[in-house]
Design a protein around this ligand. Sequence first.
Ligand code: SAM
Length: 258
Amino acid sequence: MDSHSQSTVIEVPQGSPLGKLAAPVVWLQHCLVDLFKGTGQKTAVSAEVRSILEHCRVRTDISDHLLTLFGAALSVSPRLIVELGVRTGESTEVLAKVARLCASRLVSVDIDDCSGVCDLPGWLFVKGDDIDFAKTFPAWARARGLPDRIDFLFIDTSHLYDHTVAEILHWFPHLSPGAKVAFHDTNQRRVYFRRDGSVGLGWNNARGVVAALEDYFKVNFAERSDFTEQLPGWLIQHEACCSGFTVLTRIPSMEARR
Ligand SMILES: C[S@@+](CC[C@H](N)C(=O)[O-])C[C@H]1O[C@@H](n2cnc3c(N)ncnc32)[C@H](O)[C@@H]1O
C-alpha cells in the first residue's frame, strides 16, 4: 500500500450477529468511499500535523478525532496531561507529540499493561484502575515533582455509564482552572460513520458516556449531530462522527482571573 492510500482496521465485535460477513462488507464499502469521495485534510506544513494525518489514514474507531485531540491538548499549552485508557496507544502518540512541543509531562493509565506503547522520555505509565488511582493522584504527582493539577485530561476507557460518572466525580476535582477534558465514544453505536462516509463497527454502550455528561451538566445532548454549547463555566464542543468526541473547556470565572 502506498502512503497515500486509505486502509482500515476492521474490528468485528465479539458475538456480532453480522459475524464473519461483516469484515468483507465493510472493506467493500470502504473501497467505494475511496473511489468516490475525498477524505478531508491531506497535507500540512508542520511535521507533527503531517504525521497525525498520515496515521489517520488507517481508519480506526478514533482516527477522525486524532487531529482534534492534538489541537485541543496543544491549545492549553499543558504542563500536565493525563490520559485514561491507552490500549495500543493511538491517543498516547498524539498526546506525546503535544508533550514534546510544550515540554509537558504525560501520565497514562490503563488497567492492562500498556507500558510499551510510547517512547516519550519521562512518560509515566500507571497500570491500574483509574478510579483507584484518582483517589491518590495529587500525592502521587507531588511525590514525583509533577503538578497536582491537570491541564488536559483525556478519558477513553470502558465507555460505561457508572464508570464514566465515577471518572467525572474523581478526576474533575484535579483539573486546573483553564483545563480541557476530552471524551471519546460520546456517540457510540453498533455501526458508526466516519467523516468520509466510511462505516465502522462498534458496540452499543446505551449512551453511557454522553449520559454521564448529561447528568453532570443537567442538560440533554443531541449527540447524533455536531454541536457547540456554552454552559456555566464550560464550553462544550462535540463531533458526532466516528463514535463521537467531545471536548470540554473550563472557562475560569472572572474572580479566578483577577
Ligand atoms: C478504547 S481503549 C483506549 C484506546 C486508546 N485511547 C487509543 O486511542 O488507542 C480503552 C482502554 O481502557 C482501559 N480500561 C478500561 N477500564 C479501565 C479502568 N477502570 N481503568 C483503567 N483503564 C481501563 C482498557 O484496558 C483499554 O485499554
